[in-house]
Design a protein around this ligand. Structure first.
Ligand code: GLU
Length: 432
């Protein structure tokens, strides 16, 4: 009888089905392709192909009105082989187990490519932050932190900001964990305010890293970044910082967007003025000194470099044919679908994969965690120099692998990462 029931369950839920989302399909598809390219031993396809742990929590939050909301939160840890797990948590209306699983897998490859001593994780709460008051977001964050206690810890799993979360949430998260432990535990999260054990340079790190990687890539392919026209989708913590830095070094940022509008000026946007408009109005729509287009249209503006820095799955089979650029630098996680990638490859458009392009964030998170453990702080120049060096070294590994395996940069980056994790898994063996 028991076996019948188990059989029935197995018939209904195929392995991996619990992660079943479009984003997980994309992550799994990339892993499978890299595994084939590497002729990866099937043992490691089995051991690394799915997340090792996930926690799903349902918890009540009392709204200011007195009404109680039931919220669902997640934390997925992809591999426990490399050390503690690391990755952000996000707030958004479509956060799901499958989305967190895909993002956790990418975190594993990102950390391995950069040589950071972490496995990948990701979490989140399904909610609509802009409909919540500040005290509601605080209660939600503190309760989510408390719910994660069984699986997190400074040497177990270290969360960080992601979409819809930032320094403020990290401070509440750290405080909640510290209250439960009875003393301040700075190293439980990264991306904290500097005064609470955060590091200088973490807030800008992802956007700055995007620019460092773009510089290294441009040197490699012989494109003069200072002459290049750049279009950026997304004007949040990543897109806005990348735009400001590119503007500062003299590149021509001709298009930016947020969820409300796209702004285009072929002569180059005045990025400091756009940033001031954003600060004052909370959105790009209405900015007077540029042509306004739809948010997704900025991807299709003729230019040399497109930087998707918004959400996942923005470059698809539907629009990949309309892109008019030489280079795509994936500042967002998972912005390009495998179908789009095939089209881009045929069209000769180079793609710098997310696991390299946006790895500046987690790299400086690692610096923060190290400083917290050492009770010793580095200065900003030190952080930026080390970040630049680490990203350039990772790009070097990608270039070498692309030549050795005769493949594109995404497959090269994933191969370097998978080889490293598989090697560690092989040497650790299987318990018991
Ligand atoms: N959420 C960021 C990412 O996707 C940073 C994670 C971290 O700093 O741990 O890479």
């Amino acid at each position: 009888m028991a076996t019948d029931i188990q059989q029935e369950a197995a018939d209904q839920v195929a392995p991996g089905d619990e992660w079943g989302t479009e984003l997980y399909r994309i992550a799994a598809n990339q892993f499978d392709r890299a595994g084939m390219l590497l002729e990866l031993d099937p043992e490691f396809v089995t051991r690394l192909g799915q997340p090792r742990r996930s926690l799903v929590v349902n918890f009540p939050v009392r709204l200011d009105s007195g009404v109680v909301l039931n919220l669902t939160g997640y934390r997925v840890q992809h591999t426990l082989t490399m050390g503690p797990t690391k990755g952000g948590f996000r707030y958004g209306p479509d956060v799901s187990l499958g989305e967190c699983a895909a993002l956790a897998m990418w975190m594993t490859w990102k950390c391995a490519l950069l040589g950071l001593p972490y496995g990948g994780a990701k979490g989140g709460v399904r909610c609509t932050p802009r409909e919540l008051s500040l005290p509601e977001v605080e209660r939600l964050t503190r309760r989510y932190a408390a719910e994660l206690i069984p699986v997190i810890g400074p040497d177990r799993d270290i969360p960080a900001p992601d979409m819809g979360t930032g320094e403020r949430e990290m401070a509440w998260f750290m405080d909640t964990y510290s209250q439960m432990m009875g003393h301040s535990v700075f190293e439980i999260v990264t991306g904290k305010p500097v005064v609470l054990g955060g590091t200088t340079g973490r807030r800008e790190a992802t956007g700055l890293g995007v620019v460092y990687v773009t510089e290294a890539v441009c040197e490699r392919i012989g494109l003069d970044l200072r002459e290049a026209r750049v279009a950026i989708q997304g004007f949040g913590n990543v897109g806005a910082v990348a735009a400001a830095e590119l503007y500062a070094i003299g590149a021509r940022v001709i298009a930016v967007s947020d969820a409300t509008a796209g702004l285009v000026d072929e002569e180059g946007l005045d990025i400091p003025a756009v940033a001031r408009w954003m600060d004052d109005n909370g959105m790009l729509a209405g900015y007077p000194d540029a042509r306004q287009v739809g948010p997704a249209d900025v991807l299709e503006v003729p230019c040399e470099i497109v930087i998707p820095a918004a959400r996942e799955q923005q470059i698809t089979a539907e629009n990949a044919n309309r892109l008019r650029c030489e280079l795509i630098v994936e500042a967002a996680n998972g912005p390009t679908t495998p179908e789009a990638e095939r089209i881009l490859r045929e069209r000769g458009i180079l793609v710098v994969p997310d696991v390299l392009a946006n790895a500046g964030g987690v790299t400086v998170s690692y610096f923060e965690w190290v400083q917290d453990h050492q009770r010793y702080t580095w200065d900003e120049l030190d952080v930026q120099e080390r970040l630049r060096r680490q990203l350039r070294a990772a790009f070097g590994r990608v270039i070498d692998a692309a030549e050795r395996l005769d493949c594109d940069w995404r497959m090269a980056a994933l191969s370097v990462a998978i080889e490293r994790v598989a090697e560690a898994a092989r040497m650790r063996g299987i318990y018991p």
